[in-house]
Design a protein around this ligand. Sequence first.
Ligand SMILES: Nc1ncnc2c1ncn2[C@@H]1O[C@H](COP(=O)(O)OP(=O)(O)OP(=O)(O)O)[C@@H](O)[C@H]1O
Length: 259
Amino acid sequence: MLVVENLSFAYPSAGNLLTDISFAVDKGDVICLLGPNGAGKTTLLRCLLGLAKIRTGSIRLRGQKIDAIPAKELAADLAYVPQAAATVFPYRVLDIVVMGRTPHIDFTAVPGREDYAIAQESLAELGISHLAEALFSRISGGERQLTLIARALTQRARLLIMDEPTASLDYGNQVRILRVIDKLAKQGYSIIMTSHFPNHAFLLCNQVMIMKQGKIVALGSPDSVVTDTVLSDLYMTKVKVVEIDTGESKALKVCLPLI
Ligand SMILES: Nc1ncnc2c1ncn2[C@@H]1O[C@H](COP(=O)(O)OP(=O)(O)OP(=O)(O)O)[C@@H](O)[C@H]1O
């Protein structure tokens, strides 16, 4: 679905910030980008969204270079889910979610009945129909994140790019968002997400990309990539990966920092 080959990126008059990045995302993949602050994760997401112009290499979506795809067409395939920051603008949740229809409607038109019906469907899909009339500025962080995911679903894009989808959420809401991501992947959505929690990789990702100083230092399945040595080197602190018997067929791995 998405193939990135030998991508490099630099801000003007600076050296490469991203170097030799190659990976591919297929239908139903959940790929987790792990790396310390400043590793270049958000910059890479900006390149994938066409918001930052790459210096070399290519990004292809369904075989087509993304810089050759008109913005409206790109938005119908690829949706960005930002972090759920609070906003002072008193929009209704439904109005935020219907904004996902923007790539599908005429520049001068306003969303119609069908667009609102699609927005309502997305709210129902995520179990937050009851929030439709609520003000975005007055709902909780977890509800805001679900609203922004609903907006991406309303966009009908099949590839979702999420920048730290669980940032600033309490433990229960983090798990709720992870469950939603897992459910969407099982429905065939592809998800690229950044995280500061290596455990997320074991919980729901089938690929992990470890980034350090703008380069990929490891790429592969969570089991092959998320190891004591890789994490300890990456975060410069001792980390242990242990297996927990949850009674399921496969033991769950978790990462623990050693204080
Ligand atoms: N507009 C800019 N001009 C120059 N350098 C920038 C600009 N924006 C970001 N950077 C630098 O690019 C580097 C990578 O930043 P980026 O936000 O991609 O990292 P990150 O891995 O997402 O970090 P974090 O985990 O802290 O969000 C940082 O050193 C940052 O200071």
